[in-house]
Design a protein around this ligand. Structure first.
Ligand SMILES: C[S@@+](CC[C@H](N)C(=O)[O-])C[C@H]1O[C@@H](n2cnc3c(N)ncnc32)[C@H](O)[C@@H]1O
Length: 285
């Protein structure tokens, strides 16, 4: 088996990195980010303004895409609302930082230093270019690093978030590393899809999502076991499932629909899958 380098430590991680390196022109991410320069690789929350479907046919798709971007941006704002009392002198980490949109927003909001880590070298370059365009290279840095083993100093981070990235990793390994990186009393925020222990094992719709993204969606229970095992104590859990369904319904009507809309909507509506926000604090060592 080829191990490769210190960042990509398994064939699985190599295939995930390859997925993100080769989806460079995926319109569902690029077209939305081009609207205002905040590039996200996550989904949206909030009520849809359905009036975007009305009006001239020639600009209908453009209106839908703007509305989808508004909702994905609102998701990142909501995540950052839970990051705690972050000060300009603090350092925070974005685990699985994608094209960097949420990291740039975090710096703009808190004035803090942000380190984003991703296993896609293409994304590191893209996100660092975005930081450079804004003159933020000394404050917002993106690194080709594995969030399971970042190499950053112990206790360096005031807050850490993972936005739709935990389904690519072992949660116990991840939370061991995040607990190491967080200061005493530091804050962790996660937004993720997880499957419902109550409905049994992984549903067909959840399996279809896994296959599309080469990921391994965890059951809800695993999050709380892995947090508790690593001195991370939940303070808030919000079920965002109802808040994300409108985004998916709008997306089915857009030119950037990929086909994954159907399993997401089935999974959410049948109750086999949730979209959760989890907020936890690092207990004092
Ligand atoms: C769905 S994208 C989310 C991107 C970003 N959080 C956002 O909200 O736009 C998943 C991200 O997880 C990253 N990722 C997957 N496994 C990783 C790992 N072991 N270490 C660091 N990043 C990882 C991928 O490279 C990709 O950037």
């Amino acid at each position: 088996m080829t191990i490769g380098n210190n960042v990509l430590r398994s064939e699985y991680q190599r295939s995930v990195a390859n997925y993100w390196n080769t989806n460079q022109n995926d319109p569902v991410n690029l077209k939305l980010g081009e609207i205002d320069g905040y590039y996200h690789h996550h989904y949206g929350i909030g009520e849809v303004d359905w009036s975007v479907l009305e009006g001239p046919e020639s600009t209908r798709d453009d209106r839908i895409i703007r509305e989808m971007h508004r909702l994905e941006h609102a998701q990142a704002v909501y995540l950052l609302d839970h990051l705690g009392d972050v000060q300009p002198g603090d350092r925070v980490m974005d685990g699985g930082s994608g094209r960097g949109g949420t990291s740039i927003m975090a710096h703009e909001r808190f004035g803090c230093q942000v380190d984003g880590v991703t296993i896609s070298e293409y994304q590191v370059g893209f996100a660092n270019d975005q930081a450079a365009k804004r003159g933020l290279t000394d404050k917002v840095k993106f690194h080709f690093k594995n969030m399971l083993d970042t190499g950053f100093e112990t206790g360096a981070m005031r807050s850490i978030w993972t936005n739709e990235t935990t389904m690519y990793v072992d949660l116990f390994k991840l939370y061991a590393e995040l607990a190491r990186l967080l200061k005493d009393g530091g804050r962790y925020v996660c937004i993720t899809g997880c499957y419902n222990d109550i409905t049994g094992g992984r549903s067909r719709a959840v399996s279809e999502i896994d296959a599309k993204y080469i990921c391994n969606i965890h059951p809800r229970s695993h999050y709380f076991k892995a947090l508790a095992a690593n001195d991370l104590v939940p303070i808030s859990v919000v079920d965002l499932t109802a808040a994300t369904i409108p985004y998916w319904e709008l997306r089915t009507k857009s030119s950037v629909a990929t086909g994954v809309e159907d399993p997401f909507l089935r999974a959410y509506k049948e109750g086999s899958f949730h979209y959760l926000l989890i907020v936890a604090d690092r207990i004092v060592r």
